[in-house]
Design a protein around this ligand. Structure first.
Ligand code: 1PX
Length: 214
């Protein structure tokens, strides 16, 4: 279930995103959601100031869990099959939210945009100097990605929450993969997989003109 408790391990998140892309270059929804559940566990550990973010991420993962365990589950095995099914059956609100306010396509689009933030943030953590501030890396990554889609009040709350983040090295340690150096090495391994998932999804959504779903 989305948001279940348990220690965060970057290794598990990496494994999930690694198994996301099938031989046919489809993004499999099962491992995609596992990756998100892992990230949400980490968000929980950052405390209540992040709970408005955690709640939204949990809600979105739960919507998708509903589809992938529901009656039409075989249509939701991959992002490609989901897009094909929802578009063919007019299950996506394209102009403004109406009869299908929680389509899989618009929900995944929100997670997909957040994945871009994650990509930038992890790359920032990996390449920054030892005394770099996590809050600065996080704010810069947010401003270069998700912020464009959020109203002022959310941008403000997010920026305040980011200020409470621990130092880079403390942050690398809570990833539970050993020393800060080992965490950096693991990030170097993880990032190409996350980027692959991001790029395939971006292309899929662009092809079908789904990048601005309300
Ligand atoms: C190894 C390090 C891992 C760090 C893991 C952190 C995972 C973060 C996951 C964040 C997921 C956020 C999903 C946000 C989706 C979204 O954009 N939702 C908005 C639009 O939804 P709607 O249905 O209304 O169209 C919604 O309005 C958002 C509300 C909540 C605020 C989102 C702020 C996102 C900031 C992301 C940065 C997380 C900071 C974590 C610090 C390490």
């Amino acid at each position: 279930m989305a948001g279940a408790a348990g220690a965060f391990s970057l290794r598990e998140v990496l494994a999930a995103f690694q198994t996301c892309v099938s031989e046919r270059r489809e993004v499999l929804l099962g491992p995609y959601l596992s990756g998100w559940r892992g990230l949400i566990r980490f968000l929980h550990s950052l405390g209540t100031i992040f709970s408005f973010i955690t709640k939204d991420a949990v809600a979105k993962v739960q919507i998708m869990e509903g589809y992938s365990g529901g009656e039409q589950r075989e249509r939701y095995t991959s992002l490609q099959s989901m897009v094909e099914y929802e578009l063919a059956n007019r299950l996506v609100d394209v102009q403004k939210r109406g009869g299908h306010p929680e389509s899989g396509c618009r929900t995944v689009l929100r997670l997909h945009r957040a994945l871009r933030w994650l990509q930038l943030f992890l790359e920032g953590l990996r390449t920054a100097g030892e005394d770099a501030r996590t809050s600065t890396i996080c704010t810069d990554s947010y401003n270069a990605s998700l912020a464009a889609y959020h109203p002022w009040v959310i941008r403000k709350a997010a920026t305040v929450a980011f200020c409470t983040l621990p130092s880079r090295n403390a942050f690398l340690e809570v990833m539970n993969v050993g020393t800060a150096e080992e965490a950096v090495a693991m990030l170097g391994e993880a990032l190409p997989h996350i980027s692959d998932v991001y790029d395939i999804t971006q292309e899929l959504f662009a092809q079908h003109d789904l990048l601005n779903l309300p």
